[in-house]
Design a protein around this ligand. Structure first.
Ligand SMILES: CC(C)(COP(=O)(O)OP(=O)(O)OC[C@H]1O[C@@H](n2cnc3c(N)ncnc32)[C@H](O)[C@@H]1OP(=O)(O)O)[C@@H](O)C(=O)NCCC(=O)NCCS
Length: 165
């Protein structure tokens, strides 16, 4: 599996994962905006030919993180349902955290639906701590969000600029 920066040509695969993962899915336009946004790290996990006997490469997960000043925010992260529980999200998250550190961030924030047990377990296992609740933050269905924070060590000036993973 390769983790690389997303490119606009990945949009159909990313949108399909988005639709399969979220009841309030983002539009292709919004996803494309983030792929092309210079302050956003938009990464995809791509299976390579031969992985799982696939004849060709296939994007199976994505993660979207913005960085401004010393704060990073994971805006979205999702794995294709057929490839969950295989460690894909954990690997993406590890790379996002490293990327935030090398881009000078000292904390990473994110929001999660209160009912999203899989994501809550993923983030808590990786050291994120709940710091607040946002009432009725989500739609379809209306639901509170838990805000999570991870403190990280900013590293010396970036070798890779923001938007590269
Ligand atoms: C949450 C999500 C990204 C996890 O992806 P994944 O690739 O299946 O996760 P991983 O296999 O890397 O699992 C890493 C850890 O997350 C937790 N986890 C993942 N799926 C879980 C589940 N269904 N139930 C409970 N814990 C789960 C576990 O702690 C797991 O560690 P373990 O395998 O040692 O038990 C995936 O379920 C998904 O895409 N969900 C829909 C989109 C979403 O909710 N995104 C998060 C929005 S903030």
């Amino acid at each position: 599996m390769l983790i690389r920066n997303a490119i606009p040509a990945d949009i159909d695969a990313i949108r399909a994962i988005e639709l399969a993962s979220f009841s309030d899915a983002w539009s292709a336009e919004l996803l494309l905006y983030d792929i092309e946004n210079p302050i956003t790290i938009f990464a995809v996990a791509e299976l390579q030919p031969g992985d799982f006997s696939l004849p060709e490469a296939r994007v199976i997960a994505y993660a979207d993180m913005s960085i401004a000043a010393d704060e990073a925010e994971i805006r979205s992260l999702a794995v294709c349902p057929d490839f969950r529980k295989l460690g894909v999200a954990a690997e993406l998250l590890t790379q996002l955290i490293a990327c935030a550190e090398t881009n000078g961030a000292s904390a990473i924030y994110l929001e999660v639906r209160t009912s999203n047990e899989a994501a809550i377990a993923l983030y808590e296992k990786n050291g994120f701590e709940p710091i607040a609740t946002r009432k009725a933050y989500y739609a379809k269905p209306k639901e509170d969000a838990i805000v999570y924070r991870l403190s990280i060590e900013p590293k010396p000036p970036a070798q890779a600029p923001v938007s590269d993973i």
